[in-house]
Design a protein around this ligand. Sequence first.
Ligand code: ATP
Ligand code: MG
Length: 555
Amino acid sequence: MTDKPSHFIRDEVVEDLRTGRFTGVVTRFPPEPNGYLHIGHAKAICLDFGLAQEFGGRCHLRFDDTNPTKESQEYVDAIMRDVRWLGFDWGEHLYHASDYFERLYRWAEQLIRAGKAYVDDLTADEIRAYRGTLTEAGQASPHRSRSVEDNLDLFRRMRAGEFEDGTKTLRAKIDMAAPNLNLRDPVMYRIRKTTHQRTGDAWRIYPMYDWAHGQSDSIEGVTHSLCTLEYEDHRPLYDWYLDALGIDHPRQIEFARLNLSHTIMSKRKLLTLVEDGIVSGWDDPRMPTLAGLRRRGYTPESIRDFSERIGIAKSDNLVDVALLEHCLREDLNRRALRRMAVLRPLRLVIENYPEGQIEEVAAINNPEDPSAGTRRVPFGRELWIEQDDFRETPPPKYFRLSPGVEVRLRYAYIVKCTGVERDASGQIMTVRCTYDPASRGGDAKGRKVKGTIHWVSARHAVDAEVRLYETLFSVPKPDEADDVRTVLSPSSLEVLTGCKLEPALASAEPEARVQFERVGYFCADWRDHAPGRRLVFNRTVGLRDTWAKIERSGR
Ligand code: ATP
Ligand code: MG
């Protein structure tokens, strides 16, 4: 069936099919449209859609749109776009909890008639106070024993909008002494006189997540309702509602959520970053959102690979962000075209190279992929090199350019530094060198040339803005800070202008992913980059992989 390593949920599914508890596999991914999807959601999406695919079943996209105060169409659209981008397709199966509001309402009346639900007048604070604690039983609300007729009448009037927000709720009548607090007469409906992005003002009461979720699963014929561990304590309630209604009963299975180092994933906190202008928006390349990762240059393949590698477990852990970057580098190494780009330019003049002469050298597009071929890169007397690739007084083991030393210019010639030119303040403006015409293609002819540096022809270079991104937070567990704003990294973004790129990059389309040789992987920004007009590249990730080291040290 598959060569992927198994996990406990897959084992459970196989067992359910074997015993005939279910005859097929139907899953759902149920985002609440109150923010953008993040890398944690990607784990759930890969699991929900992946399992359905594997077992020839289907996966629904269902918006859990039960709380209109925080939800919006912008989020709905972004979620659909991001799930597709990640490589999954719900086909016909797009649903909304709000599609079921009428059905849920009728089921609520059914529970009232069965004596299993009642209208309560306690406020939210009072309900909390009456609920008791883990060591103390709760107390019954004075309204718990209302007659069926009164309950039906009040509930209908709640629906009709006769009462104000927060003045009444509908509660399930379960057990105020239940050890599981979720069973102490949970609220099923609250009054919210808020316009809903899909149902408008048709509803003045909205169902709680627990009341909506299992029933939505049941309506859609979901077999396996997979969710994160915090819902484990809600499972008895999930089961209680379905049993009380006597309807089709899907199975809820919980798994550990993804926690990623140097990252926060709560949508509430991510929204704060956006609202406070700490990032430029939900798709800021430092955000752990799928839109942000995409803009940063992540590939959907690398995120799916990451989701596969972290596996599915039953207990929470913290995954190092280095693993995510490792998956990305592996993928980009295979597919990204190599280009030359100088981020902090320093002029290099080749004294003995004929003035006005231009030649083209052949450069390999991707050493990992011979089919990517080669390109021709213009070379001339004046070049840009990285400031870092020259040192007037080289430190020990510095193999790049310094006075009297030879280096190879990638794909071109060997040059030897003959001196520098300074401006009035003494700052080095130009490095001078001579080249060896016989060394074309980098042939050292038996000499020892230790360093190879990249370059861009000054006459042909195109200017670009390059944004260097690092993790947004300086600590591995930003969630532990009382205020995440206190653990922001001061160096999460550095903007360089006047970077010099080889001319082939002038036509790069937005979202093109390339490797700047010796520098890192970069992606043309999807918002600000316009081929031929304004070039803007985001650093996706540097070249050095830290994952292998972390893994070896046994973390
Ligand atoms: P938040 O608490 O940040 O608002 P959420 O869990 O409420 O997030 P939902 O939109 O309700 O967000 O999540 C949709 C689905 O994605 C749920 O099934 C949820 O369990 C799953 N999910 C959310 N965060 C993670 C995570 N970090 N790892 C794995 N699955 C997740
Ligand atoms: Mg939620």
